[in-house]
Design a protein around this ligand. Structure first.
Ligand code: ATP
Ligand code: MG
Length: 470
């Protein structure tokens, strides 16, 4: 096993000072699965004060849990003192932590058997108390809690969600997933306890699952286990809601999962895909053979706001996902002016992600779906963006002072109205975006001779041809 030199150095420093020091955790599981380890965790018998003293750059990142983060060669490394939880308050945090226990005891407090491995790269020695290495090496990952599953999930209900993250790692490795029956049963029985876990912790674990290669499988299994219904009822509720003829089309839930799988693995995109259609369950109407979900993007946006708040996403992240969902039913405008207005409405910064959401949405709808029309639209967008048209008031060739001077008015709401009017005109006809033409336009507008409701006609022409997604 290839362990970076800085990790070995840290182990050596601890061992030379007379302590036990082992690599532990997910990196060892990942190694046996043939995956590149994401991070390295060290467990040691040295007390935290000693760890702090042994390394120049050490931060007490989780002292209550015995964790010190050490910076070596500019890279962070978590070093945790062997510990055991004596009892839990059956809330988030262990009531009492006991240090000075053995490696075996430290491994026994870990969540799953595949995460309870230790390795010493200096002595090349493995510790595998639950005999999981042979299975992992044969590309089989058993999801089995250490000890009594029910008790372990009661101690820390987040572990229930981490079980599905293990599915994600197995998926990344192309390994077979084997569920320990008692572990799965304990999740179903204790699923409501996940509500005790903070939004942040749930958010981070769910995001890890979403970013993996098989989020659809993980979410499907969470649904089967009943956990999804508690964690994300808004998504779960779309199970069994059929999109159309029930024999030929996906149900909404399956469509959502496919969309998540297909879209690029970027947090905002995966979350937007997961939530883009969640309002459909309440918007379904049958019209003859056809099924419609009129206005579902509005309800989806409304429900998504709740989900993202509950999971404590940053305002910036919420804003981005909400905008994607609000606009996801956009239609391809027929005219160039329509395209420019679309760009203005959605915002150029969101465009690429919105097209990616549409691509995944189309491909997740049916096997025969084609993205040809989307690709044509993408090319038109690029062409029009390359012409660098004005999208906002600041892109206009005149500003508020010009307007005031030209119309002989003082500051006030009229100035803003004039600028918005000019922007409308320029979106229709970019050749107007020069000082002379705009001042002539605003003069007409000021004297009331401007075309009434200019823009309405083009808006009509640019209207959607048909809804591109069901
Ligand atoms: P990742 O791929 O995200 O690094 P990981 O399984 O390594 O996944 P970490 O958060 O890095 O997860 O935790 C490191 C190790 O600590 C785990 O492998 C496991 O042994 C232990 N661990 C983490 N969270 C828990 C928990 N909630 N309960 C018990 N043990 C845990
Ligand atoms: Mg890890």
């Amino acid at each position: 096993m290839d362990v970076p030199a800085f990790v070995c150095r840290a182990l050596e420093v601890l061992q030379k000072d007379g302590h036990q020091a082992w690599l532990v955790g997910g990196s060892l599981r990942d190694f046996w699965l043939g995956l590149k380890p994401k991070d390295w965790d060290i467990a040691t018998s040295a007390p935290t004060q000693r760890v702090m003293a042994l390394f120049d750059r050490a931060v007490p990142s989780g002292l209550a849990f015995g964790t010190v983060t050490v910076l070596l060669e500019g890279r962070p490394l978590e070093i945790t003192t062997f510990r055991r939880e004596k009892s839990y308050t059956s809330r988030r945090k262990p009531a009492e932590i006991e240090f000075g226990v053995s490696l075996e005891e430290d491994l026994s407090r870990r969540d799953f058997t595949v995460n309870a491995l230790a390795y010493d790269p200096i002595k090349k020695q493995w510790v595998d108390p639950y005999r999981v290495i042979p299975g992992l090496a044969a590309k089989k990952l058993e999801i089995k809690a250490v000890g009594n599953a029910g008790e372990r999930f009661e101690e820390d209900p987040l572990r229930m969600l981490r079980a599905f993250y293990l599915m994600s790692r197995a998926g990344a490795a192309g390994a077979e997933i084997l569920w320990d029956a008692a572990t799965l049963k304990a999740i179903t029985a204790g699923r409501h306890r996940i509500l005790r876990v903070s939004g942040e912790r749930i958010r981070d674990e769910l995001t890890k699952i979403l970013l993996g290669p098989n989020p659809d499988e993980c979410l499907n299994k969470m649904q089967e286990a009943g956990l999804l219904e508690v964690v994300l009822p808004e998504v779960s509720r779309n199970k069994g809601v059929f999109q159309g003829n029930r024999y030929y089309r996906l149900e909404v839930f399956a469509h959502i999962l496919q969309t998540v799988r297909i879209i690029k693995p970027v947090p905002a995109l995966r979350w937007a895909a997961l939530l883009h259609d969640i309002g459909k369950y309440a918007c379904r109407v049958e019209e003859g053979e056809a099924v419609h979900f009129y206005g579902h993007e509005t309800l989806s946006t409304f429900l998504t706001r709740d989900v993202l708040k509950r999971l404590r996403f940053s305002n910036e992240f919420q804003d981005r996902v909400l905008r994607l969902i609000t606009h996801h039913m956009f239609s391809y405008p027929a005219t160039d002016a329509g395209v420019r207005r679309f760009l203005r409405r959605v915002g150029p910064d969101l465009m690429e992600d919105l097209l990616e959401l549409r691509r995944a949405d189309i491909l997740a709808t049916s096997a025969e779906a084609s993205t040809a029309e989307l690709d044509r639209f993408r090319r038109r967008l690029v062409e029009i963006q390359n012409q660098k048209p004005a999208f906002g008031l600041k892109d206009l060739a005149v500003n508020g002072y010009d307007i005031m001077e030209h119309l002989g008015i003082g500051p006030g709401p009229l100035v803003g109205r004039a600028l918005h009017y000019l922007l409308e005109r320029v979106l229709e006809d970019p050749s107007l975006n020069n000082r002379e033409a705009l001042l002539a336009e605003v003069k007409k507008w000021g004297s009331g001779t401007a075309r009434p409701g200019a823009g309405a006609e083009e808006k009509q022409k640019g209207r959607v041809l048909r809804d591109p997604t069901p």
